[in-house]
Design a protein around this ligand. Structure first.
Ligand SMILES: [Zn+2]
Length: 226
């Protein structure tokens, strides 16, 4: 049981989609990094201004290393921006900075899906390591109970990725609205903001679909007699 063509038919297309989405988001980011916003603020300044305008207190902005490593850390209440976002006055930087602050705003407003996602992190990390391990071992030793345990653990990963979708869509929705309504970008620049954020959203959709397909693939072994 080294090569199973079923895996490539069931999970393969979604893995390809995830790969394509990851290329797409990088190329969208690079493309819109070439164009600056007319207001000339960099990502860090936009983040600070949006935080201030939203009336949020106690959230810091830090410069983090790594390409597209931008994220909001709810435990430390820090918006971490990659150098390409933190220091850049591009449309792409502006979009990502506002999106990450969108998460800080969600946190401030106790947006339920975000709270749910943060609570699901430990379970999901157990599910992604032990769940996958148990499913694979179950497959190698043809042990259905082990596959079943792996599936249950892996369900936590699928749930986590499903909860991630509204969280990410909402942060981007807030970012687009804040940037346009707050006059950070004009209509023309808002097109680039949408392209970058929609490309990023696609990566989350692709990841969720890949996990669901993985789950479906392993569920097939519980039903089959081989
Ligand atoms: Zn996000």
């Amino acid at each position: 049981m080294i090569f199973d063509p079923r895996y490539f038919f069931v999970v393969g297309p979604f893995m390809l989609l995830a790969l394509a989405a990851s290329f797409y988001v990088k190329s969208a980011f690079r493309q819109w990094s070439k164009y600056g916003i007319r207001r000339g603020m960099n990502g860090a300044q936009i983040a600070a201004e949006v935080i201030r305008a939203a009336g949020i207190q106690g959230v810091r902005i830090e410069r983090a290393s790594g390409f597209l490593s931008d994220h909001y850390d709810p435990r430390e209440r820090v918006v971490r921006l990659s150098p390409q976002v933190h220091d850049s006055t591009s449309i792409a930087a502006c979009a990502v900075a506002a999106h990450e602050v969108g998460h800080a705003i969600q946190h401030q407003h106790r947006y339920a899906p975000l709270a749910l996602r943060n609570a699901a992190v430990p379970t999901a990390s157990i599910g992604s390591s032990f769940g996958v391990g148990a499913m694979l071992l179950g497959l190698v030793f043809s042990a259905k109970p082990l596959i079943a345990i792996g599936i249950i653990l892996f369900c936590a990963v699928v749930l986590f990725q499903l909860i991630t979708l509204p969280v990410e869509f909402d942060a981007s929705r807030r970012a687009k609205a804040i940037l346009l309504d707050g006059g950070f970008v004009n209509e023309e620049e808002a097109v680039g903001v949408r392209r970058v954020l929609n490309a990023a959203a696609l990566t989350y959709v692709a990841a969720a679909l890949t996990s669901i397909a993985t789950l479906v693939y392993y569920l097939g072994f519980l039903r089959s007699d081989d």
